[in-house]
Design a protein around this ligand. Sequence first.
Ligand code: TRP
Length: 329
Amino acid sequence: MRKHVLSGMRPTGKLHLGHLVGALSNYVKMQDEYDCYFMIADWHALMSDYENPGDIKQNSIEIVKDWVASGIDPGRSVIFIQSMVPEHLELAMVFGLLTPLGLLERCTTYKEQMRELEGRMLATYGFLGYPVLQAADIALYNADAVPVGMDQLPHLELTREIVRKFNSLYGKEIFKEPEAILTKVAKLVGLDNRKMSKSYGNFISLSDPEKVVRQKVFSMYTDPNRVRADIPGNVDGNPVFIYHDIFNPNKEEVEDLKSRYREGKVGDVEVKEKLASALNAHLGPIRAKRENITDEMALGIVRDGAVRASRAAKKTMSKVKKCLHQIIE
Ligand code: TRP
């Protein structure tokens, strides 16, 4: 019996390099070892976008394309959309019964999102329950491991508390306590040295054409003190070199650029030109694969995924309903 993985992303837009070196690279690797469920969390997206849900459907399709193009294999892994498997909401209801309000109110991600997404009315019952639904997503497939970024650790901890509570109330062995699997690159910095964010537009999408990648690289923030190429520069914490370290496989070239940069013996143009080439070499195969996936194909993938996910979800829900002394159909 292989162990289970579940992870999810909200359909808020096309995926970018931050997703690729974050959760996505782990997703791809984990397919060899685990039975994987990769979910598009459209209910979670709606919790903050319910006033303007217009893009959710197309965004979901784009994510399927990004995932498959990056190496998630719909033959091996289950790719599905949360709302197509209604058991997520059923289990969230059950978990809601036993989740203390205090835990949700104290959740750091909750407070952070409220601050960041100002201008939206998020003081809602639904949004407070965000981690409860996430716990249900994970527990429904009895996931052993959840590949996520650092920012999601509070939600994983809450999930563990909720399933522990469920198990202690209704019988020891119903749910496992899931482990977070963190990525190597904790957080990729934005092109402008700020936090990478949709609202800043400071990222490179997986589907950006070659020319756009090059333009974006040439707009990147570098050492602000280096107003001329012959001034010695700083490579540490410099986004251009952070990206070189991650995406340029030619380590000799990177070391050479760094030492000449430190000595003031290389221009930004050469550093950026080489980064653009490395990025385009990295993204080329993903881009090519992505172009061959139609909307219809993406829809077919999530319809098939929903059937497979439902099978597992229904099994879990009948166990849960037994615990609650409910009549099971
Ligand atoms: N909250 C996650 C995010 O914003 C998305 C998500 C929803 C998720 N359900 C999940 C991640 C279950 C892991 C497991 O990134």
